[in-house]
Design a binder for this molecule. Structure first.
Ligand code: SAM
Length: 334
């Protein structure tokens, strides 16, 4: 018997099937409508994802990217909490369930999962897609509004991905406080824009005040060393482009890079990276330039040259977002 496909492939196949039978022009129009709604005034007082066409467009067009961004954030979190596996997961503003898929891809096995959202069509489609993964068949799809009245049952892990942008400032605060009260660990992902980063920092501050320890991307729980308004901390996740993407965006690139900002934090002790690469490494002849965020809150550029031996090899393989130096003891000694 063949081994089951990993969640990422199962998700890709399930999403590819979503638009089957829909004329390509109609699918592209649904995506364009959706992009226009997201460009409009958010927060809104009613869901943007109103019907199946909206939601199918969202799932086919955006879910692969939000899935990869959350998976990247969860991988960095998992490295900082070795051995920890969530016993339960609550995804707030979960829509069609991208974060539930990402949690399943990060920590195999089954756990109670609730996806909470106010858009019934998103939850319905999420349930339909999740039928493709046995680990997600028992997910509870809960229709609720995020706001001051929100109360949450205790769980190990709360994820909030690409949601803060859609909330008013008081609702953002209510959401982060409710997540902090309910969870052992919280992972928040936003678009990798200056505004997305600012919302992540606001949430990070509230989590730290509530007693959480930052696990990733920051090597510490002190104030972020970026002076407000001068820069923004963000990362990049590679996403395979579907034929729908190529149709809407034109061009023939097989992939695109989703930029995202994130924070992950836990109530229990964490082992953050000693420092993290916060820009794409620049590879020059015989040297690699790395921009690092370090334990003593500061940003520093370091140059790793051939003279550094194994460390140089590691720097050539290092990626934006990776911990530095790598945890391989051979390389650390170099
Ligand atoms: C951009 S989508 C992100 C969906 C999913 N988390 C992801 O990463 O793909 C934002 C989601 O937040 C939900 N949302 C926005 N405001 C909400 C509110 N006040 N209460 C509940 N859900 C809300 C929307 O319905 C939508 O599903």
């Amino acid at each position: 018997m063949n081994a089951p496909a990993p969640p990422a492939e199962t998700l890709r196949a399930a999403l590819a099937g979503l638009l089957d039978g829909l004329p390509p022009r109609q699918a592209a129009q649904a995506v364009e409508r959706l992009i226009a709604s997201y460009r409009g005034a958010t927060p809104t007082d009613a869901p943007i994802l109103r019907d199946r066409a909206d939601v199918a467009a969202y799932a086919a067009y955006r879910m692969p990217a939000t899935f990869e961004a959350v998976r990247s954030a969860l991988e960095a979190f998992a490295e900082a909490v070795p051995g920890w596996v969530p016993g339960g997961h609550l995804d707030l503003g979960g829509g069609t369930g991208a974060a539930a898929w990402a949690v399943s891809a990060t920590w195999g096995g089954e756990r109670p999962v609730t996806v909470l959202d106010w858009a019934e069509p998103a939850l319905a489609l999420g349930r339909e897609i999740a039928a493709a993964d046995p680990a997600l068949r028992d997910v509870r799809w809960q229709r609720s509004r995020i706001g001051a009245a929100l109360t949450l049952e205790s769980t190990d892990l709360v994820t909030v991905s690409y949601v803060l942008n859609e909330l008013t400032a008081p609702d953002r605060i209510a959401l982060v406080d409710a997540a902090a009260a309910a969870a052992q660990a919280v992972v928040i992902v936003e678009p990798g824009t200056p505004d997305g980063y600012a919302r992540v920092i606001e949430a990070r501050d509230r989590l730290v005040t509530a007693g959480f320890h930052v696990a990733a991307p920051c090597p510490h729980s002190d104030t972020c060393p970026i002076a407000p308004g001068t820069d923004w901390c963000h990362f990049s996740a590679r996403v395979s482009r579907s034929s729908l993407h190529r149709q809407v965006k034109g061009g023939s690139l097989a992939y695109e890079d989703e930029k995202f900002s994130y924070v992950s934090a836990a109530r229990f002790p964490v082992a953050p990276a000693p420092s993290r690469i916060v820009r794409r490494p620049q590879i020059r002849k015989g040297q690699v330039l790395l921009d690092l965020c370090e334990t003593e809150p500061s940003l520093r550029r370091t140059t790793v040259t051939k003279r550094h031996g194994d460390l140089y090899k590691a720097a050539r393989d290092a990626d934006w977002g990776d911990p530095w130096p790598p945890s391989d003891p051979q390389v650390r000694r170099a």
